[in-house]
Design a protein around this ligand. Structure first.
Ligand code: THU
Length: 131
């Protein structure tokens, strides 16, 4: 599964976003270490704080399907913004929970109409919460 194929899947799922309040559509596609692909879009709520981000929807689906040992190899995030939009803080911490910070680091790819950025998880969240 190439990054281009993940980008295509993220774009497709972004079209399914339920975002009547922000009108900001987000799609995410992740590739697990086992080679499976899972997708998610943002789903908002009239009680605004109930909104769920695209990345976390993709990750919870991946865990439900693959199990708690799931490791994110790459995760792509697509929005309708011109500039690439990086994941929010909560999603960074959520990605970190299932990421590889070792020699085969998880990659986070986010893109808009103007281009894309590819970052290692340690660049996006260098000082993750742990206890
Ligand atoms: N959103 C995401 O889906 N992912 C992020 O990383 C940041 C924000 C969604 C949540 C909400 O539905 C909309 O974008 C505006 O914040």
């Amino acid at each position: 599964m190439t990054i281009e194929e993940l980008v295509q899947k993220a774009k497709e799922v972004a079209d399914k976003a339920y975002a009547p309040y922000s009108n900001f559509h987000v799609g995410s596609a992740l590739l697990t270490r086992k080679g499976n692909v899972f997708t998610g879009c943002n789903v908002e709520n009239a009680s605004y704080g109930g909104a769920i981000c695209a990345e976390r929807n993709a990750i919870t689906t991946a865990v439900a399907q693959e199990g708690k040992e799931m490791i994110i190899h790459k995760i792509v995030i697509v929005t309708s913004n011109d500039a690439p939009a990086p994941p929010c803080g909560i999603c960074r911490q959520f990605i970190a929970e299932f990421a590889d910070y070792g020699s085969n680091e998880t990659e986070i790819i986010f893109l808009g109409k103007e281009g894309r950025q590819i970052k290692k998880v340690s660049e996006v969240l260098p000082f993750k919460f742990e206890f």
